[in-house]
Design a binder for this molecule. Structure first.
Ligand code: URA
Ligand code: ZN
Length: 401
């Protein structure tokens, strides 16, 4: 896709989820989380995935697995290209053998999903992008307990060779011992060598015990609000920090890591992180640079829902320059160039006045989408070109769309 002036508002969604129908069948066959079940009193099908799941999970419908629904959603919101990824908790819960087989099957299914989307887009109007370029996917890696790291490396090679896959999504647990597990070294090496984007996404929600009702930390049931709004971003911040502190970006400066939800809590805490590192005798001499430098090596989605937050994140990324080898001036443009529009569809669907969720709509404009578009559109200090970049052109260049 060549960025031309005719593409005034190219919209690329880098954060959009699905479950493959094969994975949905597997989840339906399970009796423990993660699973899809019909046991709740409201009679709806529920997806119960989070460790601290409330109300039996969240109501799900075809928007979670049906490509026709994704295409309709894209058309309705003027999204030109989506890069879909499997939703959490990926293959984390599988045994090693099943994870390896499932990763291969999922990646084949994702390829087919993109192909089906091409057929559905057909010659539909509404985008200047050719139908066969409008759906791409992050592949899935066989990251689960007991998997040999060689299998993960092989999977990266397979993803690199797959026409519709342009990176891989991963959670924060790795092979069951987190992302600073030394066994993962060949994974970072391979991903950096292949230039594949790794999309780091939360699932467990750090501090999930503090989200529970009737506990030491509080009494009220707040639904999914605390784990999603606070636990997710903190998990992302902790996982990214572990990668930084393990020296992964010193050894693989070319590694391309896209961090969910605008880096979670990391950007706003990065100077505190730098100070804690500087004052800790175990860590202070470990890294080649100030921790803030590494924030400028990462890529971020723009799923932050507010213009002030986006502006702050871009500034924080841009000032990473000051902590680099050349110690150049902070440059917010460098931050803006690393941010990418996303929706988190099909999570955060619109709700009706009675609080029920719309699970298979074909007509609604989703607040969770328009809020993120408007947030980008209304960042006070960004030019039209900056907004255009974050809405789509940055993704075109990062993923070579
Ligand atoms: N809730 C989830 O479980 N995953 C997401 O990606 C967003 C919300
Ligand atoms: Zn997400």
């Amino acid at each position: 896709i060549a960025p031309t002036t005719t593409m005034k508002k190219l919209l690329v969604d880098v954060h959009s989820h699905i479950y493959t129908t094969r994975l949905v069948s597997l989840l339906r066959s399970r009796s423990v989380n993660p699973r899809i079940h019909r046991e709740s009193s409201d009679g709806t099908e529920k997806l119960a995935i989070l460790p601290q799941e409330v109300a039996g999970g969240r109501t799900v419908g075809p928007q979670y697995w049906d490509v026709r629904n994704k295409v309709s959603f894209m058309q309705r919101h003027a999204i030109d290209v989506s890069i879909v990824s499997l939703a959490n908790p990926w293959l984390d819960w599988m045994d090693a053998k099943q994870a390896v087989t499932s990763a291969q099957e999922c990646n084949a299914d994702l390829e087919e999903y993109c192909h089906q989307a091409t057929q559905l887009f057909g010659d539909a109007k509404g985008s200047t992008i050719e139908p066969e370029r409008r759906m791409r996917a992050f592949g899935i890696l066989p990251l689960a307990q007991g998997v040999e790291v060689d299998e993960v490396v092989k999977s990266l090679d397979a993803i690199k060779g797959a026409p519709s896959l342009c990176g891989a999504i991963l959670g924060s647990r790795g092979l069951g011992r987190g992302l600073d597990d030394p066994r993962l070294e060949p994974v970072w090496e391979k991903a950096a060598e292949l230039g594949l984007v790794l999309f780091l996404h939360p699932h467990y929600g750090l501090g999930s015990d503090a989200s529970q009702p009737d506990g030491l930390w509080g009494q009220q049931d707040n639904g999914h609000v605390l784990p999603l709004a606070l636990g997710f971003p903190f998990e992302t911040a902790a996982a990214t920090t572990r990668l930084i502190l393990a020296g992964v970006f010193d050894r693989y400066p070319q590694l391309r890591l896209l961090v969910a939800h605008s880096g979670g809590a990391l950007p706003i805490l990065s100077s505190r992180l730098a100070s804690c590192v500087a004052h800790d005798p175990h860590v202070c001499n470990r890294l080649e640079h100030d921790p803030r430098y590494y924030l400028g090596k990462l890529y971020y989605d723009a799923v932050a829902y507010g213009p002030e937050e986006l502006e702050a994140v871009a500034k924080i990324i841009g000032r990473a320059q000051r902590y680099g080898p050349g110690a150049a001036d902070a440059d917010v443009k460098l931050g803006i160039a690393r941010m990418h529009f996303g929706t988190d569809h099909p999570f955060f669907p619109p709700t009706r006045n009675d609080g029920t969720v719309i699970t298979d709509d074909q007509t609604e404009i989703w607040r969770s989408v328009s809020e993120n578009v408007e947030a980008i559109d209304s960042v006070a200090s960004w030019s039209d070109a900056d907004k255009h970049a974050v809405l789509g052109l940055n993704a075109v260049s990062l993923f070579g769309l």
